[in-house]
Write a protein that binds this ligand. Sequence first.
Ligand code: ADP
Ligand code: MG
Length: 444
Amino acid sequence: MSMERRFERIGAHTHIKGLGVRNGKAEFKADGMVGQIKAREAAYVVVQMIKKGKMAGRAILLAGPPGTGKTAIALAISRELGKEVPFITLSGSEIYSTDLKKTEVLMRAIRRAIGVKIKDLREVIEGEVKKLNIEMAPHPYNPYQQIPSKIKITLATKDEEKTFTAGTEIALSFLQQGIREGDIIMIDKETGKVVKLGRSKDAPKEYDIEEETYIDKPSGSLIKEREFVYVLTLHDLDLRRARGGGSLMSLFFGGEREEITNEIRKEVDDMVKEWIEEGRAEIIPGVLFIDEVHMLDVEAFAFLNRALESEMAPIIVFASNRGITKIRGTDIEAPHGIPLDLLDRLLIIITEPYKEEEIREIIRIRLREEKVELSEEAFNKLVEIAMKNSLRYAIMLLGPIKEIATMKGIDKPGIEEVEEAANLFSDYKTSAETVKKLEHLFLP
Ligand SMILES: Nc1ncnc2c1ncn2[C@@H]1O[C@H](COP(=O)(O)OP(=O)(O)O)[C@@H](O)[C@H]1O
Ligand SMILES: [Mg+2]
């Protein structure tokens, strides 16, 4: 469940590759980021502090109206820290949504946000991706959500070629890493972990914004012994331990229902420390992004305060679009609903509403990312909608616009399709106002 959820969540931010800051200055448009210059430069300073170990015991708060790039910046911070750095999102309200204790939800999120990079000699399948086909199917628990269900991959070395099929986990891994035909990859036979090594020198060149490392197509057998470097999280290791250790494969079965005791966590921590001493592992602190921070209550804040002090802690980035509000579980009002002792530890970054040219560029990037081509007129209309309603709403409409055009058999949606989508789907301000106006019809 966790993995699919993560996949779904960062879907709107796939274009974010970093903060786009060079020599301390944010470029207007770089690494998928547009505008929001001051916040990006501040975030960049934070990244430098993290790298020097100067953020210990502190956290970040991104404060600003909805749709101003708080999630995008948090993700960019993790991207700046490295490709393998875990990025975990949690919404304040989520701590109440399961039968787990609130602090247990937080503890799991924290341990998911701490990576352990492990070096091991393993049997792998290594080759160039010749053909790739991912089938989508309804989610087993949610038939209206499409998730990759099956992947068929043809891999080749200079001397051998074979086709493999695998399930959801591996397919997701391909999608998340954006693996395409022409990439050279390595799959751990036992765990199914996939690592992209680079792009084959034999692959057709294509225009690309991303930097690529070009490498030689491997030779010999597809199956080899390799030093395999992979990242698991402390939470993965906890789960594995809770299930009685054994094969890493056990990671891919079962849900999150296992009971993880403090003893198990202690055992895992000790084991990881031992690996580190032996030079077989390294800790990779990730980013835990906690949105809607005002939904946390005093107990949760106390827990997080302690967590910030602990030896192994992720970088915690909070986000808020509230002003002064009550700290949940008390009658005390505080900025963003955050208790003072935590506020004192925060570096606060403000995100501001976008100007038209920023919105234009962000929408342009999302169009490319979602492979939607609009007529110039339609594009201008969408920008206008983003200015009037919200950026998020405009981006959200891309799905319906594409669908409406497909139904009409048009490949390049025009102004009509944009208007139709905006007409059919409301933004939340309008829907709330409408419902309010009509309330007298529903209420006794
Ligand atoms: N400065 C930016 N550059 C590029 N994309 C952005 C930027 N700010 C926001 N976005 C994109 O716009 C959408 C809304 O932003 P989001 O980060 O969800 O805002 P918030 O978290 O503040 O509500 C997302 O798809 C996000 O990736
Ligand atoms: Mg957000």
